[in-house]
Ligand binder design. Structure first.
Ligand SMILES: *Cc1c(COP(=O)(O)O)cnc(C)c1O
Length: 407
């Protein structure tokens, strides 16, 4: 009987994986598991096996899988109204905008459906504002090497990584890249045609790179002195991930434009480009739009997500405490395996462990032991658990990593 069940689930999975290859474009290196159900930090696969999820949709499920408040908000909204055009006022969208504005530097927001779209909106707004208010020839945007801003043509052009550009040239003109966290390199790259500087407050895909404390302050001053618009891509770092609602709060400065996506909807696709009244004025009806952006369904989910994050301070507090715990445990692991682990970096619950070798085999070995982690930049294991993660779950992660890395 038991054998029959095991055999059935193996056959069932091989059918899933076969169909996946046959019907889906080959754009991802998928790991050999199909996830069917999730609660909190746990997910279950098609064969019923349980996994501890330290990927959490790559930083999307900030409250964990299927948080009851998010689920109920979606259910209720789905029964009432799912989508209407932005040619009408949408109350759920206004409610979400108010919450974002009340808790950030921004005065206004534009809603879209993804991180790339939010960055597209930011790039368009910066160019339009600079042309109209500064100079017709001010259109260049400086970004960082190893940055990641998305996969559309403009955001791909903004992304400072050649490996993503290959095969898609010519890119959009006007982008240049400088080493991250290197103020002299950045200021040397500025000229009269520079309209914006676009940075991640912490580089996510680039390998969890945290800039030095005074870097962003100097960048802010550089922008102010040269009529340059400062864009923070907080698609990965926003929504509490670093222990503050937004990562810019750590630096004691404010950007002019900020983009959000990943964690914003607690798992549903929504993006937001936020800015001040000054820059917002560059967009007038017809300049930018999105059919699905800010629809009632996703906004209801995002409202539930942000309200839960802010409710009683528990989530952000837990993120900070568990973040410190995670980094201290990872450092302990580093002391056990000094040959394998080069460095540990983290802020709140975005953490990276740089290995001295390729990380993918470690990701695969962890999967076999019931743990989901991710690897970025080739050799950096990335941990982005939900902000509700508990100490014993981090202990479990460390135990498995210890075992796998020690082999
Ligand atoms: C994931 C990510 C993006 C792209 O978001 P999509 O929703 O995949 O378009 C952009 N910027 C950063 C910093 C990201 O981490």
């Amino acid at each position: 009987m038991f054998l029959a069940v095991v055999l059935f689930s193996i056959m069932e999975f091989s059918k899933i994986s076969e169909d996946s290859e046959r019907y889906l474009l080959n754009t991802y290196n998928r790991l050999p598991v199909a996830l069917r159900k999730g609660r909190g930090i746990r997910v279950w696969a098609s064969d019923g096996r349980e996994y501890l999820d330290f990927v959490s949709g790559i930083a999307t499920n900030v409250l964990g899988h299927c948080h009851p408040k998010v689920v109920i908000a979606i259910q209720k909204q789905a029964q009432r109204l799912i989508h209407v055009s932005n040619y009408y006022h949408i109350e759920e969208q206004i409610k979400l905008a108010k919450l974002l504005v009340a808790n950030s530097f921004a005065d206004k927001t534009f809603f879209c459906n993804s991180g790339a779209e939010a960055n597209e909106a930011a790039i368009k707004l910066a160019r339009k504002y600079a042309k109209e208010h500064y100079s017709q020839s001010k259109f260049k945007i400086i970004t960082a090497l190893n940055s990641f801003h998305g996969r559309t043509m403009a955001t791909l052009s903004a992304t400072g990584q050649e490996k993503f550009h290959k095969g898609f040239e010519p890119l959009l003109s006007g982008f240049s890249y400088v080493p991250y966290d290197d103020f002299d390199a950045l200021s040397a790259a500025v000229d009269k045609e520079t309209c914006a500087i676009m940075l991640e407050p912490i580089q996510g895909e680039g390998g969890i790179r945290i800039p030095s404390a005074d870097y962003m302050k100097k960048v802010r001053e550089l922008c102010d002195a040269n009529e340059i618009i400062l864009i923070f891509d907080e698609v990965q770092t926003g929504m509490g991930r670093t222990g503050c609602l937004f990562a810019y709060e750590h630096f004691g400065i404010k950007p002019d434009i900020m983009t959000l996506a990943k964690g914003l909807g607690g798992g549903v696709p929504i993006g937001s480009m936020l800015t001040t009244n000054k820059f917002a004025s560059a967009f007038q009806p017809g300049n930018h739009a999105s059919t699905f952006g800010g629809n009632p369904l996703v906004c209801a989910a995002a409202v539930a997500t942000i309200e839960t994050i802010l409710e009683d301070g528990f989530i952000l507090d837990n993120c900070r405490r568990m973040g410190e715990y995670l980094v201290s445990k990872l450092n302990l692991l580093k002391s056990y395996h000094p040959e394998q682990i080069a460095e540990v970096r983290g802020k709140g619950l975005i953490a990276g462990m740089e290995l001295t070798r390729d990380g993918l085999p470690i990701v695969k070995a962890c999967l076999e032991k019931g743990l989901l982690i991710n690897c970025t930049a080739g050799n950096v294991l990335r941990f982005t658990p939900p902000l509700i993660v508990e100490e014993n779950e981090i202990d479990k992660l460390i135990d498995i990593l210890d075992e796998v890395i020690g082999k």
